[in-house]
Design a protein around this ligand. Structure first.
Ligand SMILES: Cc1cc2nc3c(=O)[nH]c(=O)nc-3n(C[C@H](O)[C@H](O)[C@H](O)COP(=O)(O)OP(=O)(O)OC[C@H]3O[C@@H](n4cnc5c(N)ncnc54)[C@H](O)[C@@H]3O)c2cc1C
Ligand code: SF4
Length: 331
């Protein structure tokens, strides 16, 4: 591991200013992703600005819904009564990720910014446009079983690996950020992460040195009928091959509105607006869910080793919607 300077930030503006002042400085949340990347020599900051003493840990009601501090730990967020009662989809998604120990350390801001688990990104002997722009993409013609089936480019076929963000997309969250000049702005979650295009080194639309301060959840009508389904190679410590954040607002047995967000299939959580439109006004039934699943995956473009994700994605959508609507799963 390379030597680095450690700074403990005392307030958000000072934290952002410290990172802005040094192009090789980075924020440090729980460190569960960044420190691994530094040990692997993938990320090489020469200064870490520790955010964990900042008073950005509140989870509280607001006029519009609930606000979650960026420095609140994943465990505290998942277990908070306001989240459990009003946004159980978010609780399920967080708890589906990592392990108890990791969730105790991981912060919400850091979780949103976790980097891809593409094996070539972690291996500094391999070409990777995300780690070193212009070197090529090892996965495009290499082993790409865990990679994208939607929205990829010939520069990068990686997926966003997180679980929490999939639920935040379904819940229309807003990310509040603060720059080094003290100015705040908000980013709708759907515009937070990016598709790879020609610049896969940029995972998000955050500007340099912008600090995530809170994540805001608008009031939700999905608490009664939502479900987070994660399909993975083994039961714990594994990232999603495919995940589905499914949410329904029902009027009797008719779907008033729906949310269908896929994880593990693209460079960002993949919200299927076509799949959602296919559900609106239809009866909550296995038949409607199957049609929506076909619609959601109709543009899938798998790579050499991951065609299985297309069928897996469809089945996962149907199953997640069945669970969300509380329809019995056929034997
Ligand atoms: C073995 C293992 C298994 C895992 N499995 C899963 C899984 O199944 N699902 C899942 O979703 N995740 C999984 N994770 C990832 C884990 O959830 C993330 O590592 C964690 O959420 C990152 O949070 P952190 O606070 O530790 O971030 P850090 O590692 O501290 O930071 C990550 C990045 O965010 C930046 N950052 C942190 N806070 C802020 C802020 N407030 N504003 C701006 N930038 C900030 C840092 O500069 C850094 O670039 C796993 C991790 C491990 C090690
Ligand atoms: S898929 Fe993206 S992260 Fe993986 S090797 Fe290619 S460029 Fe790098």
């Amino acid at each position: 591991m390379r030597p680095f300077k450690y700074v403990r930030a005392t307030d958000p503006n000072a934290a952002a200013r410290a990172v802005a002042a040094n192009p090789q400085a980075n924020f440090l949340g729980g460190g569960t992703n960044l420190l691994d990347l530094m040990k692997e020599d993938v990320e090489r900051p020469n200064e870490l600005v520790d955010l964990t003493r900042l008073k950005l840990t509140d989870i509280k009601m607001t006029r519009g819904g609930v606000s979650i501090g960026a420095l609140a730990r994943n465990t505290d967020t998942a277990n908070h009564p306001l989240i459990r009662q009003n946004y159980p989809l978010l609780t399920q998604a967080i708890v589906a990720g990592a392990s108890g120990q990791l969730r105790n350390m991981a912060t919400n801001g850091g979780n949103l910014l976790q980097r891809t688990r593409c094996q070539y990104f972690y291996d500094t002997a391999m070409p990777c446009n995300k780690r070193e722009p212009g070197t090529g993409c090892g996965a495009l013609e290499g082993l790409n079983r865990i990679h994208a089936i939607l929205g990829w480019s010939d520069k990068c076929v990686a997926t966003y690996p997180g679980d929490m963000a999939n639920a935040l997309y379904a819940l229309d969250a807003i990310v509040r950020v603060r720059g080094a000049d003290g100015r705040e702005r908000t980013i709708p979650i759907g515009e937070f992460h990016r598709l790879p295009g020609d610049t896969p080194q940029k995972d998000t639309n955050l500007q340099r040195a912008e600090l995530i301060t809170t994540i805001e959840l608008p009031k939700s009508n999905f608490a009664k009928n939502s479900y987070y389904l994660k399909v993975r190679d083994r039961a714990s410590y594994a990232f999603a091959l495919v995940a589905v954040a499914a949410a329904l607002e029902l009027d009797g047995s008719t779907i008033r509105q729906a949310r269908v967000v896929l994880g593990g299939v693209a460079h960002k959580p993949w919200r299927s607006r076509d799949g959602e439109a296919a559900l609106a006004g239809r009866p909550a039934s296995e038949e409607s869910f199957r049609q929506a699943a076909e619609t959601a995956l109709k543009d899938a473009n798998p790579l050499a080793h991951n065609a299985f994700k297309v069928e897996l994605g469809k089945r996962a959508i149907v199953r997640a919607l069945m669970r969300a609507s509380k329809l019995a799963w056929p034997a």
